[in-house]
Design a protein around this ligand. Structure first.
Ligand code: ATP
Ligand code: MG
Length: 335
């Protein structure tokens, strides 16, 4: 019965693009407002939390949320009114149920979600310092031991793939990308740490990618370059559209025709930066897939990520459809 309802949801979305998000699904539990989470610094670059071994620390706030790059992205697409499908793996446990409940509530199609027999759902405990800085204890579980059979996209009806990290399992990505190519599905890729470590295979996979979106440090692992502009130019020899973000310093993007360099959308107080990158990438694709310009897609991406860092949790600040955006510092040059 439930499956029929979900199919009805996606079948209703006839005139908008459908995006399949692939990658991690986890439960995030945030602990904040604790004296012990205040930074103790030995120098400005080296700070620690004040957790004494064997001691008991009081925490005055707890926030439950779900995360994982692909579930966060799938919620951006759904809130923006696009067809949104999630593919990833959870365990048979309450955290997995929380993930499924959140996606159902947001109208994300979960028929391709799979369950691990051996592992629990990925689970992160995030300790938030008063500055918004976070220390994360992560159990990756079902979001790191993927099985190839759970990532078959042959029957999936989608226009785009949003691919975030699959824990460096390049063989799974290879199969997915090959099938996507055969089916004419375009690929947006935000590779994770595990993928970036496999440099040779990464370059091979990039041949089938339409949009590559990474932060500056990640891009420096793929091509040479000092500035974001330089990195984007070099990236254009690998893929048609390149986006390099640099936290509060802004973002540079190009589709080979023009290059957009943007600053900060708004100087907000950062409460929790979890999910900033996901909100940025998915915010971009939600507009780009619908035919918006490079500039407008970057404005929405920036607005979406700036909204996310204002709240605890990776999903709460994701923008609904129809919000009024304002301009931001930005220049666009012809290439
Ligand atoms: N301190 C901040 N203030 C305002 N906006 C921010 C801040 N940090 C990040 N953002 C927004 O989030 C976007 C993505 O951030 P960033 O470049 O740090 O990505 P990332 O390193 O991939 O993040 P993540 O760690 O989530 O993967 C930025 O382009 C910006 O719009
Ligand atoms: Mg990132």
């Amino acid at each position: 019965m439930e499956v029929k309802i979900r199919q009805f949801h996606s079948a209703m979305k006839k005139n908008v693009p459908t995006i399949l998000s692939i990658g991690a699904a986890v439960q995030d539990v945030f602990l904040s407002q604790s004296d012990e989470f205040k930074a103790v610094c030995v120098n400005p670059e080296e700070c620690f939390m004040n957790l004494e071994l064997g001691a008991k620390a009081d925490v005055n706030r707890i926030t439950f949320s779900t995360g994982g790059g692909a579930t966060n992205a799938s919620v951006t697409f759904a809130r923006q009114g696009l067809g949104s499908i999630f593919m990833g793996t959870v365990g048979h446990d309450p955290a997995g149920q929380a993930v499924v409940d959140d996606l159902d509530k947001e109208n994300v199609d979960t028929r391709y979600l799979s369950y691990s027999k051996r592992y629990n759902t990925g689970y992160s405990t995030l300790l938030l310092a008063p500055t918004g800085e976070r220390t994360i204890l992560t159990y990756r579980g079902a979001s790191t031991h993927y099985s190839k059979k759970n990532f078959k996209i042959d029957d999936v009806d989608a226009d785009w793939l949003y691919v975030s990290s699959v824990a460096g399992q390049m063989d799974i990505l290879h199969d997915i990308f090959q099938t996507a190519k055969k089916k004419g599905i375009k690929i947006f890729w935000n590779p994770g740490k595990g993928e970036l470590e496999n440099e040779k295979q990464l370059k091979g996979l990039l041949e089938d990618v339409e949009v590559l979106s990474v932060n500056k440090e990640e891009m420096q692992q793929i091509v040479h370059g000092e500035t974001s502009e330089e990195l984007v130019r070099h990236g254009l020899s690998l893929v048609p559209v390149v986006i390099v973000s640099d936290g509060p310093n802004g973002v540079v993007a190009s589709d080979g025709k023009t290059m957009v360099s943007a600053g900060m959308y708004e100087d907000v107080k950062v409460i929790d930066r979890t999910g900033a990158g996901d909100a940025f990438g998915s915010g971009f694709l939600s507009q780009w897939a619908a035919g918006k310009s490079l500039k407008d897609s970057i404005i929405f991406a920036s607005a979406n990520s700036t909204s996310v860092v204002r709240y605890i949790g990776a999903k709460r600040g994701i923008l609904p459809a129809g919000v009024k955006l304002h301009d931001m510092p930005m220049k666009e040059v012809k290439l």
